[in-house]
Design a protein around this ligand. Sequence first.
Ligand code: ADP
Ligand code: ASP
Ligand code: MG
Length: 420
Amino acid sequence: MSRIVMKFGGTSVASLERIRAVAAIVRREADAGHSVAVVVSAMAGETNRLAELCSMAGEPAPALDARNVEYDAIVATGEQASAGLLALVMQNLGYRARSWQGWQIPLNTDRAHGKARITNIDDKDIGEAIDTGEIAIVAGFQGVAQDGRIATLGRGGSDTSAVALAAAVKAERCDIYTDVDGVYTTDPRLTKQARRIEKISYEEMLEMASLGAKVLQTRSVELAMAYHVPLRVLSSFDPPDAPGPGTIICDEDDIVEQNIVTTVTPDFDEAAVTILAVPDEPGRAAGIFTALAGANINIDMIVQSASREPGFANISFTTKEGEVDRAVKLLTDEQSKIGFSSLQSDRNVAKVSVIGVGMKSHAGVAATMFNALADKGINIQNISTSEIKISVLINADAAEYAVRVLHEAYGLDQQQPAQV
Ligand code: ADP
Ligand code: ASP
Ligand code: MG
């Protein structure tokens, strides 16, 4: 019997009616003779509600501390409820089904409460259970840390639970069911022109996830790539007897027709900080970024430019909106040590990225992007590139428009975009 792992996100299990619809999809796979493990998220909105309650009871600090242990104990309950509910519904349909919490597998994590990483999954008990025909319904997003306490894997972490479980039980495939019928050329909520992609490489999907597309948690794609887990993104809203083809995430070599640019990905969760008139001498940038790293503040795009004052430079960087106040406070406290004249921050920025492995071998991709934006009068504040992506920082008010402009500029609006 081949083993498969299926994962259902928050919207897919948002109500009892939705959980019954999910049960119909799960039963299709069980009836086809597969050994089935199902990973579920909390019902839509539930993790936000629980996190909000934590904030009201005493804001959890972002760094590892005792309050994050309680945050994890509280937010993990959302997944426990939906796993139990799906197990009940499956039992009522006449199936042998049981819920599994992280500690019952066990799914072990490190001690970074609130954003823990999976260290190991014991596949023995759960593997044996599903091979007897029992359906294992696993609470996503949670595990047990080295300190014996419940740990959660960061927002969107049920994707990672599912892929890691699929790797551990050597599943034939991992199907991620969500509220869209696949991975699209851009967020389908932003433009009607977005098209479903048949196949996308792990590498492109990884860039997309880390550049802000919500559809899969970054860590889940890293794991799928490392362990070669065949991954599909599908809709849980399709009729159970007529599922759509979804999107297959696979090795680049398995994709015959590769587009130059595959997706346009916006990230609205960005803020920019500009430090003015830093002495232009060795060690100043090191001082700034060492201080930020020490406070666990993640930095993204960095630009250094000449200041109007000779012998001085301006340094800009971006960070997540939630981090910007801490970054500004930290740098202001260190102003005399770092030696800059003033500091500005701007939350009204967004990053828009174009991604495609075809860029590796194709010239002119950046020129197309910059020309398309210039033609529409959209000013670029900051640029960063990697082998397979170009990102620009622009005013947040122009971001949705920029997505549509770039989507068209790379031919993604059409059925047959430019190919390598
Ligand atoms: P789930 O609750 O199932 O984990 P998420 O909300 O985390 O679902 O992810 C699905 C959402 O991702 C979609 O509703 C869609 O708006 C968003 N999304 C962003 N970019 C893309 C994209 N390129 N393709 C598909 N969905 C995307
Ligand atoms: N329920 C968690 C969240 O909302 C995990 C997930 O849905 O993947 O982030
Ligand atoms: Mg998600």
